[in-house]
Design a protein around this ligand. Structure first.
Ligand code: HSE
Length: 307
């Protein structure tokens, strides 16, 4: 009988420019680790050395476990150990990694045999707690790995394998982020958009999907262009335009905000000088007097489950 399950789920980047709330890409830059253990008492207890809420009702992963426990009438007590690796609040899918790992661990520990779509839905419950509204782009990427396309009405999740030569460079600025950062950065997005802007974003989004299907990193890179959300959010990231232009000048194929920011992500190919792109992004942030950490990473194949 399985008594304990450990899941390591990857960080992710959402939107990829024009795919707001629809596209996600799992990144092997960072990981969150969740260990669930059956216990002889009732309820859910969280153990962690990280600076995150320990009350399951306030914790992203705690909410996922509580709702699965209730839905599947799980009587056993559950101890949840959380080890955060994904920096919280920087647009790298931190809450999503924990939520995805929790949903997968619970599924395995109690042999629930849930399909991927259902697991993504449960993991999304945790996101609601941190972002205010539900969005599945990061959780789907963290849970399934690779590139994902999520649609809510009706609910659908598609996973595509990224091209082997796709490399990402993420610049994480050392900024003080507001507590409910995603909520704040969602509040600045326009409620209505011009039809010509919609057409442009739609064409770019369609080409990104085509790029993943055709394994064409150049097509993906040059389609990372968003004329709706990025212009509305970029003022929240000091030095953004410099960082972006520097990276493009250094050879990046496409550059945009990672998720709700403030990290900036550049899409590159293995054959390029990605270190040069990283340096150029650091210079961009330093022109706004901001330090940043740059991470060169690859798409992640997805979580690892250990029983
Ligand atoms: N799609 C979401 C947003 C991702 O951009 O608000 C947040 O991590």
């Amino acid at each position: 009988m399985v008594t304990s399950v450990k899941v390591r789920a990857p960080s992710s980047t959402a939107n990829l420019g024009p795919g707001f709330d629809v596209f996600g890409l799992a990144l092997d830059a960072f990981h969150d680790e969740i260990t669930l253990t059956k216990k002889p008492w009732r309820g859910v207890r969280i153990l962690t050395a990280d600076d995150i809420p320990k009350d399951p009702q306030q914790n992203t992963a705690g909410l996922v476990i509580k709702s699965m426990k209730q839905k599947f009438k799980i009587k056993s007590g559950i101890e949840m150990r959380i080890k955060k690796g994904v920096p919280a609040g920087f647009g790298m899918g931190s809450s999503a990694a924990s939520a995805a790992a929790a949903a997968l661990a619970c599924n395995r520990l109690f042999n629930l045999k849930l399909d991927n779509k259902t697991l993504v839905k449960y993991a999304g419950i945790g996101e609601k707690a941190s972002a205010g509204t539900i969005h599945y782009d990061n959780v789907a990427a963290s849970l399934l790995g690779g590139f994902v396309v999520v649609k809510t009405k009706p609910f659908d999740v598609i996973r595509l394998e990224p091209p082997k030569d796709l490399v990402l460079c993420v610049a994480i600025p050392k900024l003080k982020v507001p507590k409910k950062k995603t909520k704040v950065s969602r509040a600045v997005i326009p409620k209505t958009v011009k039809l010509s802007d919609l057409t442009e974003n739609l064409a770019n989004a369609a080409n990104i999907v085509s790029g993943f299907l055709l394994k064409d990193s150049d097509l993906i890179g040059r389609s990372i262009q968003d004329v709706i959300v990025e212009p509305a959010r970029k003022h929240l990231i000091p030095g953004f335009s410099r960082v972006k232009n520097n990276a493009l000048d250094a050879g990046a194929l496409g550059v945009t905000i990672s998720g709700a920011g403030p990290s900036v992500i550049a899409f590159c190919k293995k054959s390029q000088n990605v270190k040069k792109v990283a340096k150029s992004m650091e210079k961009g942030f330093s022109s706004a007097k901001i330090d940043c950490e740059t991470i060169i990473c690859k798409p992640s194949i997805g979580p690892k489950i250990r029983v």
